[in-house]
Write a protein of this length. Sequence first.
Length: 417
Amino acid sequence: MNVKILAGLEFASILNESFGQTQTGNEMLNKYKSFLMANNATCSLVNHFVKEAAQLRYDNGVNRVLEQVSDYITTNKTSWALATACESINENGHSYNYLNRNAAKQVESLLEMDEENVVKYIKAGALKNVMFCESFRNIAKQVYADTPIIEANAEYTTIHPISLVESVGDGYLFEVAGILYKIDENKNVQEVEWNEASNTFKTISSLLESNMVTVDEGTMTVRIGNGEYVIAEAGKCTRKGKNGVENTFESVDELREHNNLVVNGTSVRGKNNIAAALEALALTVENYDHIVNVDNAAIYTTKRDQFIVIEGGANLYATSLRSTHCPKWTINEDAVSALSFIKSKTNVELGENYSDAIKTHMENVDEEEKARLEEEAKVNEKNGYKERIAALTEKFKNDPAKLAILSELAAKLSDAE
């Protein structure tokens, strides 16, 4: 399989320029050099080399090659993992591997992208249709685990929500802050009624929105009764009791057997609540591969507002959750218009967070509109500088040296106009 990520490594060239300092090092390097004289490099071959070379790090010549190859793989770790998975799947010609080979065909287009875009597309759902394949499912989970859930800014705090993703018709359902959304194949986002979601989706979403759940680096902890249930992969979970004893359930059936014992030992008054929570836990464990960090959605919180922004191609869907100064609002328009509207309602500038959406929109407008928008952006930028200078002038009104500098900056802005 000749893909961009493998070609970019130039493994054969790296080996041909290498020399070991020990007999064992030279033997190992020459073995791979000889193989590559008659064969093309593969991800599997490179992975084997990395594993074997790690045992010979005492040889500086081998170590130099290992570090060069390892640095390349680390820099492109998601692309490399995808390429390795596709290669392994395609090499298995057995009939039972038919579905996985079809999944690999869908994924191979990602391998022509650079690492940044590969990660971005996966976060946007590029692997959703091939999550039945364990190799791709594990890669997606790692990408989501590497995404920060909470980000801080001087003006606001951002939370990227966790949600179950459910396929329906021509799109997918996901939930943010108790609201159900659908994104279709054209990346159009809309709020929909909860009757479009399955009962399983509703049950899991209710648990995820509760105060019983915490998520840390791809691991979910659910607190029910006297126990903490830790989920790190689909189909398995571990219960940690107050006495420090841990029980691992290797399947959902085992977990449900445990749940029945817990419910049978619960008083009548609390039995229904415990039973509901434990079944929600079982469904969460069962569907854990479809619970993701919704990277195209963010909940912004400021001192006066809380609102949701969901990216859908060149458009942004945004809606307020609470505000101390204005009525509830919703907008679903191109990124430039939406961001301008959001700023008018919240006084928060989010342009840097949605540069790709802005770029996509700008490519779609005609030249006249593009010129108008660029001029508007310049005016907004100048006004922003003026506001900052005014604020600093007030702050340093008793400091002649700083006032002189601010006066010079203000004069330059006026001359530019």
